[in-house]
Write a protein that binds this ligand. Structure first.
Ligand code: NAD
Length: 470
């Protein structure tokens, strides 16, 4: 990142300030909302064959206007307190934007998971979890983590088991983290939820012709071209769904070891499998490999999807970005200065605080499922199917003809958990975009979708604090 550019945390705060300046907040309220309420830093050691190793991690709690607070746990060598605080703040705003009744939190452990085998990682994760549980930073009522960069369902299973061992009397113990494997109280559709949410968000953007026009584009999503950075959990699912279900052409894929470009469609699934087998994209046969792939962010395309990490689009490369729409699947991929530059040059950014909220939305569904101790659809699935059969019976009686089998199958289908999760997620992403777009298009002082999204978050959190009498 350029030296004169602000850090990730400062960028998030400046974006907050820009939105808060358009509102008439009581003095001091904005500062209270913006600041992290508390941050716990923990240092612990784990004994390996060759001796002790020390680890350092953080869990930041941003806004507690709703409890529990919610936010992922990241395992990466770049983790530091400032970034964890920025990510916790984004979580508060994100939850408010998509109407998920949680406050914001985030955790991180400074570790490169690729340096450890599974057995070692389990010991490290369990030790980190113990430290957080002891201080109430993991608790189904107070603070509920989820996966983020470098963690997934496996780590969440270790964490829930650690919590259960320490609190066997807690009947809601499995609600202490989300993103668990389904055998451990997870929910169908959580693994792909963030990518699926990115897909629904981009779809909804293209249902708003006025917004599409502001980006210098026209028409629907089908046939548009996209470049994606990072084929991890979020990037892989988002790009795969857009390609396979919306007819989006993937013309560039950036990974750690370089990038792939092609004039034709690069198969996301084929590249994903190739990375699994070869550890990177270099050598993939059906596209051109570009060494030092960051330049591919500047490739010609309609939609750029940064889905790897923060600080990828800065003042250094912003002037060369050709994409019309930047769809922020990662957290904080565009710095504050680059954000300004891109807006002034006619680019439209679909902001992270909205676009990658699919994960926390489905986490909310998982948490509710855990507290209610029953899977969604269990009570009403057959009931729904029987209702369909009754309707078919009535229609056939009236018209004296059998209903065609394809119609019968649809009418007698009872929704399962995955159907309900997808429906809830799609509705959340669509309605939230509509709210953001309405503010963007109706308030003179709101220059872009990000400011509109922050306005929604600040108004909701401010109202919660004001009504609580704080
Ligand atoms: P991940 O670890 O599953 O995937 C990250 C991918 O990016 C990996 O494939 C990695 O090889 C690649 N990558 C890393 N550095 C890169 C670089 N410099 N250039 C190109 N590729 C690079 O992580 P994830 O869970 O997919 O998270 C990605 C982003 O999305 C993060 O910003 C995270 O905070 C955000 N996010 C994740 C979730 C979630 O549910 N996992 C939810 C909301 C937001």
């Amino acid at each position: 990142m350029a030296e004169h550019e602000t850090s990730f945390k400062a960028s998030v705060d400046l974006m907050f300030d820009r939105a808060a300046a358009t509102l008439d907040l009581e003095p001091g309220l904005g500062d209270q909302i913006k600041a992290n309420n508390n941050v716990y830093m923990v240092q612990f050691f784990v004994k390996f064959r060759d001796g002790y190793r020390i680890f350092r991690g953080w869990r930041a709690v941003h806004s507690e206007h709703r409890l529990p607070v919610k936010g992922g746990i990241r395992f990466a060598p770049s983790v530091n307190q400032d970034d964890v605080e920025a990510l916790a703040a984004l979580m508060s705003y994100k939850c408010a934007i998509v109407d998920v009744p949680f406050g914001g939190s985030k955790g991180g452990l400074c570790i490169d998971p690729r340096d450890y085998n599974e057995f070692e990682l389990e010991r490290i994760t369990r030790r980190f979890a113990q430290e957080l549980i002891k201080k109430g930073y993991i608790d189904p009522a107070l603070n509920v983590p989820a996966p983020d960069m470098g963690t997934g369902a496996r780590e969440m299973a270790w964490i829930v088991d650690t919590y259960r061992n320490l609190h066997p009397e807690d009947i809601n113990a499995i609600a202490c983290v989300t993103g668990k494997p389904s055998s451990q109280g997870g929910i169908n559709g959580r693994v792909e939820a963030t990518g699926r949410g990115v897909q629904y968000g981009i779809q909804e953007f293209f249902r708003h012709p006025a917004d599409v026009k502001k980006a210098g584009l026209e028409g629907g999503l089908a046939g548009k071209s996209a470049v994606v950075q990072g084929l991890g959990n979020v990037g892989y699912h988002a790009a795969k769904f857009l390609q396979e279900e919306d007819d989006v052409k993937i013309v560039g894929i950036l990974e750690r070891d370089g990038a792939l470009v092609s004039d034709t469609n690069i198969s996301v699934e084929a590249v994903f499998q190739y990375i699994r087998e070869n550890g990177g994209v270099k050598g993939f046969p059906d596209a051109t490999f570009v060494e030092g792939g960051i330049r591919v962010l500047e490739a010609e395309c309609d939609i750029l999807i940064p889905a790897a990490m923060e600080g990828q689009i800065t003042l250094q490369n912003a002037p060369r970005i050709q994409a019309n729409v930047i769809a922020e699947a990662a957290n904080g991929p565009v710095t504050f200065e680059a954000d300004d530059y891109l807006r002034e040059h006619g680019k439209v950014i679909i902001p992270d605080a909205y676009l990658n909220a699919g994960g926390v939305t489905v986490s909310y569904f998982e948490w509710i499922k855990n507290l209610s101790h029953i899977r969604f659809g269990r009570l009403d699935r057959r009931h729904e199917a029987h209702k369909g059969e009754q309707i078919i019976g009535a229609i056939e009686e009236m018209v004296g003809k059998p209903v065609p089998s394809h119609v019968r199958d649809k009418l007698t289908y009872g929704s399962n958990e995955l159907d309900l999760v997808r429906s809830g997620l799609e509705d959340t992403m669509r309605v939230s975009y509509q709210n953001i777009s309405e503010i963007y298009n109706s308030r003179d002082k709101v220059p872009d979708l990000r400011t509109a999204a922050f306005v929604i978050a600040i108004e909701k959190i401010a109202m919660a604090y004001t009504e609580m009498g704080l």
